[in-house]
Design a protein around this ligand. Sequence first.
Ligand SMILES: [Fe+2]
Length: 340
Amino acid sequence: MTRLARATATASTLGLVAALAACGGTGSASDGDVLTVYSAQHESLVRTMLADFTEETGIELEFRDANDSELANQIVQEGDASPADVFLTENSPSIDVVDSEGLLAPLDQETLDQVGEAYRPSSGTWVGFAARSTVLIYNPAEIGEDELPASMLDLAAPAWEGRVGIAAGGADFQAIVSAVLALEGEDATREWLTGLERNAEVYASNTAIMKAVDEGEIPVGITYHYYWFRDQAQNGLIGDDARLHFFGNQDPGAFLSVSGAGVLASSDQQEEAQQLVAFLTSPAAQRRLAESSALEYAVGVGVPSAEELPPLDGLDAPDVDPGSLNAPEVTRLMQDVGLL
Ligand SMILES: [Fe+2]
């Protein structure tokens, strides 16, 4: 090799390394030691559950954190060229988006079997690793317990005008809408959303809803259980005047939203990626979730959740296949009625 040829070869090798680094994948095709994880779940929860993974397996993890729809759209756009090996979502509609494009590899049966059947899709292409219950947060000084709605769908009635908080732009609320759609169909969902568009005060986040209810700005809000439980555990500064109402009765308002984990079919590290999802759903990682300050529900078979939470099997959640949720249709309906 001439000196010029060697210099050119070095430069192009460096160029390749820089390109890989730029797209977030530090591992080259032959390097099995780094997995790229696209993660939309709360960072602290994911890091806590995977704390021992690198030590136990020797596999390093590189995270790209963003919200559910951003990462799902990114993976769909990247297609087979995606640097992602594993996709972790906060709610399941976004992993269904990736799944419906055929971008997920089937998971090992032993991994699926680690998680209760209600918390994974019938397809077996991804698996739940945490669950969150829909709740109505309310302020007892503003509304009596006997005035609370029997169903979340009642909040579309004229009596609730200006009295209910939602975080319409967030993946959490949109997952709840996707459950209403799966359970009640398009016409009923459109009707419910139309009522909410008139009735609801729209907030930027679940925490903002909790604060507004706590301060008596609105009497009730739709949210997930763990925001309030986390706040209580941290000393109840925001939500100490608020209470939670669990709808139960298989009401759409008792929907359990599942956080999903899947392996990208395009990953050239299938074995390591499967290992990561197996680890996340293992009894050890599920126990770590249950013992953490996240206060989301563990979904591992035989693993009890944090004891301050009402037991998962007593919530009487509606029967929804978490693989059947339709995020694009929810976006379209919410845009139609003016909620997005
Ligand atoms: Fe959240």
